[in-house]
Unconditional design. Sequence first.
Lengths: 165, 165
Amino acid sequence: MNNFKDFYDSEEKREVLSVIVVNKESVLSRVVDLFSARGYNIDSLTVAPIHNSEYSRMTIITNGRARVIDQIVKQLNKLVPVLKVIEHKDAIEKDTVLIKVPIDQNLSDLDVIARAYNGAIQNVTHEAVVISATDEPKRIENFIKIIEKFKPLEIVRSGVVSMER
Amino acid sequence: MNNFKDFYDSEEKREVLSVIVVNKESVLSRVVDLFSARGYNIDSLTVAPIHNSEYSRMTIITNGRARVIDQIVKQLNKLVPVLKVIEHKDAIEKDTVLIKVPIDQNLSDLDVIARAYNGAIQNVTHEAVVISATDEPKRIENFIKIIEKFKPLEIVRSGVVSMER
């Protein structure tokens, strides 16, 4: 059991958290500070207001030891402006990426690939094309790898939004 | 000119900022704190690592008086872990929403509407359907309004990601 416990404590896992908070200017800092105080990096964070409410919903992706994440979740639950914390087990996750590539690349190929990842060509200028894709985070990573051959000038990812199935 | 200046100072405007920061656990707090210290709410925030780099990119949407936002941008630029601040003027913006509706709603209608907003049905259980949409923030607001008649159980927005055209 001790071995198992050590393993459990030392193994890093990817954790997807949704945190429902009161929509006030100081709340985001307080939540983010809980992670940085433990030296925990937030890999991806999205925050947006919840429709017709006084609340915002944060989706946080972090990697860390299970025990430390449990502590963070407990402390999040203690913060007054936090209404609810959801530790996702079986969630739909979506990530969006915008990529700018030089105009001299093959536009038909770009269009076909973007559409395979639920995206499209978003803008064309004399210098560059911007394409989008929205898909699961792992598929977005694949998409970025494929687009590398088109010599991307700029890549922007949104961070992950998630909802339990 | 004085009148114009007063107007400029008092008028709230929507501002889209991209902030390129060193990918370290304390940086997100420091950036967010700059806003909350002035009582400024961040309406939408997305953070994700920049591919093949030591940096992360934050997209921040805020509403405020131009002068205060100018001050925030100046202070952001002074922070050591901040590499660059972009005040977007003509950007492509994308927002993603996931909406869960009860299973007894018209699925064909849901499918057609979701596809009109670059989305799709993402999951179906015995109780509920999850649909997605990815579009400009204003169109996502329209989408949410239309879906209201399907009695949504849960609505999650990602926050905005943006890139200059």
